[in-house]
Design a protein around this ligand. Structure first.
Ligand code: RTP
Ligand code: MG
Length: 145
């Protein structure tokens, strides 16, 4: 019996409004490409409350939900579909831990993020956390892709 070749998968990456505002979109794309992943789609999007309510459905009702949506409405987001073998896990690894203060150096959040005034963590990027989330989130941000 042969081992099946690993299949390329897709993930949704967002450069959140703090990242776009700080001019870090290119740096995030550079790291995705330098790692060897392919950019399948890129688009600057000003999110709507409807889109964000669906995107962050798992956080509805949590204390930070309102500030998270408000933050995500504060400016444009760069939505990216990245493609590659194990890219979902791989991009989460590039991004680093959620809290940018303690995210490991070498990661996007660890190298470029820190605590800031404001009610919610601003951590530059989002990456889908499972194949199911990736399919759902790509459908929301890139309808028709
Ligand atoms: P993401 O979904 O953005 O890739 O980040 P994540 O999986 O590392 O974090 P998650 O738990 O899914 O939280 C989503 C986003 O909500 C904000 N957040 N703030 N206690 C807080 O202030 C808090 N907890 C979460 C962050 O922007 C986080 O990325
Ligand atoms: Mg998450």
């Amino acid at each position: 019996p042969h081992t099946a070749a690993p299949t390329a998968e897709r993930t949704l990456v967002l450069v959140k409004p703090d990242g776009v505002r700080r001019g870090l979109s290119g740096e995030v794309l550079r790291r995705i490409e330098a790692k060897g992943y392919r950019l399948a789609a890129v688009q600057l999007v000003h999110a709507t409350p409807e889109l964000l309510t669906q995107h962050y459905a798992e956080h509805a009702g949590k204390p930070f939900f309102g500030s998270l949506v408000e933050f995500m409405l504060s400016g444009p987001t760069l939505a990216v579909v990245a493609e590659g073998v194990r890219v979902i896990e791989g991009f989460r690894s590039l991004a680093g831990a959620t809290d940018p203060t303690t995210a490991a150096p070498g990661t996007i959040r660890g190298d470029l993020g820190r605590a800031w005034d404001g009610a919610v963590m601003q951590n530059i990027v989002h990456g889908s956390d499972s194949p199911e989330s990736a399919a759902r989130e790509i459908g929301l941000w890139f309808p028709g892709l």
